[in-house]
Ligand binder design. Structure first.
Ligand SMILES: [Zn+2]
Length: 81
């Protein structure tokens, strides 16, 4: 299936996201991986067999998850302050 070696992980495997990106549209928020998976910027995925995977990792793009950002800001001493 893959034109290169080593071949990309199977789309059903746990390491499926390690496949190469063959089409990337960051402005639209998605990428197509070599193994046929469409990965969205919120970490949701669309598998080649039509199954969808809900977003499963925190990202900086989701404003509803500010906890990590807040702690990072607390440890940063701004010289402007
Ligand atoms: Zn591949």
């Amino acid at each position: 299936m893959c034109p290169h070696t080593p071949p990309c992980p199977d789309p059903s495997g746990p390491d499926r996201e390690a496949a190469r990106t063959i089409i990337g549209h960051p402005e639209q928020g998605w990428s197509l991986l070599c193994n046929g998976i469409v990965v969205f910027e919120d970490t949701g995925e669309l598998l080649p067999d039509g199954d969808a995977i809900e977003p499963h990792r925190p990202t900086d793009l989701i404003p509803a998850a500010p906890i990590r950002r807040r702690s990072a800001a607390a440890t940063t001493h701004s010289p402007a302050a």
